[in-house]
Design a protein around this ligand. Structure first.
Ligand code: ASP
Length: 582
C-alpha cells in the first residue's frame, strides 16, 4: 500500500525516473551531507525504504539525523553523477522548501552498515540502531513471518486463545522467573516457561485446535540463539497423532518461508533420534553437509593399538582436509576435542602409495594394514582427505565427533539452502539427575511410545530405553521447536510422575488442576511449539537472534536501554513481603 500521508507524497527509496518532472514531498532523516559548490549541498534523505538525493541551498542547517521534510522537483541526475547501486540513483530532488521537523544530537555511532559498533552501545541507543537498513529489514521479515504463520494456522482451523502471564510453574526444564504477590506476601507467581498446561486444558475444554503467538520466559544462561523471553508459535490439537501435527506445522512453516524467500519448501524429511545421534552426533543435525559419523568399533575389535581399545570407535572424513588443514589447526582441533571431554583425537592423512590410498601421518603407524583398509573403506576416504577418529564411551564419542563435524564443515547461516528435518522417537528420559532420578527429555506430560508402556515399571538403565512420542523440528542445525503427543489418561500420567520421582502429594500440589482436568473427559491430543526468533534469524541470514528482536537483552541478561534489571525501593520491597539485600 502507498504510504503517503498529509506530510509526504512519496517514500524516499521509491522515487525513480517515472517521477521526473513531478513535485514531491518527502520526510525522513538526514543520512549524509556532501558539499556541492555553487552554494548547494547534497543531502541523502532516508526513511525505511532507502535514501534519495536532495539538492539543497547550503544555508540550511541540516545535520546528521535531523528529521526533515523536503518539497521539490524530481529531475534526472547528470549522467556522470548517477549511482547505479542505488534504486533512486538516477534521480535527485531539486528542493525548493525545507522544513526541519526535529533537530538531533550527533548520533552515538555511524549508521552505515560497514562500521562495527559495540553491541551494548547499539542496544543503549536501540532507537537509533533500528534506523539501519539491516534492522529495518529484519523487523519486516519478522512481521512477515508472524503474519504468515497466523494465516497458516487459521487456514487450518486453529483458533487463537490467549493464556495468562502470571501463572503457577510450568516445567520445561528451565528456572522460572517469579513475581512476588503483594496480596499474599511470601507467595509468588511464575512467568510461563510456555503455555503448555493451559493449551492442554483448552483441549479438555473442547477448543479442538488452539494456537498462540506466545511469549515464553525462561531463566537460563543466554546464548546467540537464546533470550530470557522469546516468542513461540504454540499449537495444540485434539483427536490427532504425530502425523497430523507434522502436517499442521509444516504448512505454517512453509507459508512463513515462502512469504520471506518466495520459495515454498516441500521437503520435511524425518530421522529417528537414534539415527541422528549415531550419524551426526547431535539431536539437531545440520544436514546441509555430509561428513557423517561412521561406526568403526568392529574394525578395531582385536586392535593392538591401545588408543583404539575402547567400547566405541567412530570416525569422520574431511574431503580434501589433508591439504587444507595446517598442523596448527589440527593441534587446536585436538585441544577442542579434549575440552569437549575426549582423551584425544586421532588424525590421519589419506595418501597414495603404490597407486593405493593409505593412511599416513598422525597415529597411522599404530594401525595394522587391515585396520587401515577398514577405516578407509568404511569412511569412503579418498587420497587427499583427512580422517579423524575418537575412541571412548559411546555417548562421548558421538558428542565429540558431532561437535568436530560442525567445526570442520558447518556452512554460514545463509549458505546451503534451508533444510527442515523432523527428529522423531526421542527417548522419554534423557539420563539421571544427581538424585538418581530420571530426567524427562521433553516435559512430564509426554506420552510414552505405546510399545514401551510396559517398560515404565523398569528401573535403572532400562528406563532410558523407553521411547516417547516426542519430536523436534530442526532447521540447518538449529532446534526450531519441540512437541509431543500428550498423556490424556490420569493413570498413565500418574505412572510417569512416579517414574520421575514426583510423589502423589507433590503431583497433586503442583499439577492437581491438570490431573483433575484429565479425569473430566480429556480427548487424545498432541501439540508443538517452535521458536519464532530462531526461524526469523535463519530466514534473515542472521547468526544471532538479538539481531531480529527489536529490544533484546545483552548476553548477560541486562537491558542497556531501560537499565533493567534495577533495584526497587525499600517501601516497595516491604509491601511485597521481601527483605532488602544487605
Ligand atoms: N511446551 C513445549 C515447549 O515449549 C512445546 C510443546 O510440547 O508443545 O517446548
Amino acid at each position: 500500500m502507498e504510504q503517503t500521508t498529509s506530510m509526504r507524497t512519496h517514500m524516499c527509496g521509491r522515487i525513480n525516473t517515472n517521477d521526473i518532472g513531478s513535485e514531491v514531498r518527502v520526510c525522513g532523516w538526514v543520512d549524509r551531507r556532501r558539499e556541492h559548490g555553487e552554494h548547494l549541498v547534497f543531502i541523502d534523505l532516508r526513511d525505511h525504504t532507502g535514501v534519495v538525493q536532495c539538492v539543497v541551498d547550503q544555508n540550511h542547517d541540516l545535520r546528521s539525523e535531523y528529521v526533515v521534510q523536503m518539497i521539490g522537483l524530481v529531475r534526472q541526475r547528470p549522467e556522470d553523477t548517477a549511482n547505479p547501486e542505488l534504486a533512486t540513483g538516477e534521480v535527485e530532488i531539486e528542493v525548493r522548501l525545507v522544513e526541519v521537523l526535529a533537530t538531533a544530537e550527533p548520533p552515538p555511532f555511524p549508521l552505515d552498515e560497514r562500521t562495527e559498533v559495540d553491541e551494548t552501545i547499539r542496544l543503549r541507543h536501540r532507537y537509533v540502531d533500528l534506523r539501519k537498513a539491516r534492522m529495518q529489514r529484519n523487523l519486516r521479515v519478522r512481521a512477515q513471518v508472524n503474519s504468515a504463520i497466523r494465516r497458516g494456522m487459521e487456514t487450518q482451523g486453529f483458533v487463537e486463545v490467549e493464556t495468562p502471564m502470571l501463572v503457577a510453574s510450568t516445567p520445561e526444564g528451565a528456572r522460572d522467573f517469579v513475581v512476588p504477590s503483594r496480596k499474599e506476601p511470601g507467595s509468588f507467581y511464575a512467568l510461563p516457561q510456555s503455555p503448555q498446561l493451559f493449551k492442554q486444558l483448552c483441549m479438555v475444554g473442547g477448543v479442538d485446535r488452539y494456537y498462540q503467538v506466545a511469549r515464553c520466559l525462561r531463566d537460563e544462561d543466554l546464548r546467540a540463539d537464546r533470550q530470557f523471553e522469546f516468542m513461540q508459535l504454540d499449537a495444540e490439537a485434539s483427536f490427532v497423532g504425530q502425523d497430523d501435527i507434522f502436517r499442521f506445522i509444516s504448512f505454517a512453516i512453509a507459508e512463513a518461508t515462502e512469504a520471506v524467500t518466495g520459495v515454498r519448501p516441500t521437503e520435511f524429511p524425518r530421522i529417528s533420534w537414534l539415527d541422528a545421534m549415531e550419524r551426526y552426533g547431535s539431536d539437531k543435525p545440520d544436514v546441509r553437509f555430509g561428513m557423517e559419523l561412521v561406526e568403526l568399533t568392529d574394525a578395531f575389535a582385536d586392535t593392538q593399538a591401545r588408543v583404539f581399545r575402547a567400547p566405541c570407535v567412530k570416525g569422520i572424513c574431511m574431503p580434501g582436509g589433508a591439504a587444507t588443514l595446517s598442523r596448527k589447526e589440527i593441534d587446536s582441533l585436538v585441544e577442542a576435542c579434549q575440552r569437549w571431554g575426549a582423551k584425544g583425537l586421532a588424525w590421519m592423512k589419506v595418501a597414495q602409495r603404490d597407486g593405493l590410498a593409505v593412511l599416513d601421518a598422525g597415529v597411522a603407524k599404530f594401525l595394522s594394514a587391515a585396520e587401515s583398509a577398514a577405516v578407509i573403506s568404511a569412511l569412503g576416504a579418498n587420497v587427499g582427505d583427512m580422517v579423524f577418529l575418537v575412541a571412548d564411551e559411546h555417548q562421548l564419542v558421538r558428542h565429540v565427533l558431532g561437535l568436530l563435524r560442525l567445526e570442520l564443515g558447518r556452512p554460514a547461516v545463509n549458505e546451503g539452502g534451508l533444510h527442515y528435518l523432523w527428529v522423531v522417537d526421542f527417548p522419554l528420559f534423557e539420563g539421571f539427575g544427581a538424585d538418581g532420578l530420571p530426567l524427562a527429555a521433553h516435559h512430564p506430560f509426554t506420552m510414552p511410545h505405546p510399545h514401551d508402556l510396559e517398560l515404565l515399571g523398569a528401573s535403572g538403565e532400562a528406563l532410558l530405553g523407553v521411547r516417547s512420542q516426542a519430536y523436534d523440528l530442526v532447521l540447518n542445525g538449529w532446534e526450531l521447536g519441540s512437541g509431543s503427543v500428550r498423556i490424556h489418561r490420569q493413570d498413565i500420567q500418574n505412572k510417569v510422575f512416579a517414574c520421575l520421582g514426583i510423589p502423589p502429594d507433590e503431583a497433586q500440589r503442583k499439577f492437581g488442576f491438570l490431573l483433575d482436568a484429565l479425569s473430566y473427559g480429556a480427548p487424545p491430543h498432541a501439540g508443538f511449539a517452535f521458536g519464532i526468533d530462531r526461524l526469523v534469524a535463519i530466514l534473515a541470514g542472521e547468526t544471532n537472534i538479538r539481531e531480529v528482536i527489536a529490544f533484546p537483552k545483552t548476553q548477560s541478561g541486562a537491558d542497556p536501554l531501560t537499565n533493567a534489571p534495577s533495584l526497587i525501593d525499600k517501601a516497595h520491597l516491604r509491601e511485597l513481603g521481601l527483605r532488602p539485600q544487605t
